[in-house]
Write a protein that binds this ligand. Structure first.
Ligand SMILES: [Zn+2]
Length: 137
């Protein structure tokens, strides 16, 4: 894992969010959960969480995962990915404004297609405290 330089494929560690743009990097699936999966960048090894949003699961968003694959699996298995889904949506809300023009355009297009069921529709999406979930179990 190269922590210093920006990965030429997934652009970690600078980038933390990929909107559903057609040049989104293709990563390797490490673990497939309940409409959510843990992916690994084949170039740098960084982990990402992929959620394919509706409609037709054709709007994939990648959020960088800074914890271990084991943590991801434990969190997923706690509640079939519910907490991870909440975390993923909250991260989109938090990171949306860091996207470039293409990314923002992709999100805008998605929201139009999703008829109120896309990301950024809720005013307050609480970011779950993943640490507390991990220490409770
Ligand atoms: Zn990478």
């Amino acid at each position: 894992m190269t922590d210093q330089a920006r990965c030429s494929l997934c652009r970690a560690p600078e980038r933390r969010l990929w909107a559903p743009v057609d040049y989104q990097p293709t990563l390797e699936s490490l673990s497939v959960g309940n409409f959510i999966s843990l992916e690994r960048c084949p170039a740098c090894g960084w982990l990402w969480v992929l959620v394919p949003w509706e409609p037709f699961a054709s709007f994939p968003y990648l959020v960088r995962w800074d914890r271990s694959a084991e943590d991801w699996q434990r969190l997923h298995d706690l509640d079939k990915g519910l907490t991870l889904h909440k975390w993923h949506e909250a991260m989109i809300v938090e990171l949306y404004e860091t996207l470039d023009d293409d990314g923002i355009e992709a999100v805008t297009w998605h929201r139009l297609r999703a008829h109120g069921r896309g990301p950024l529709e809720q005013e307050n999406v609480a970011l779950p405290d993943l640490d507390s979930f991990l220490t409770e179990t």
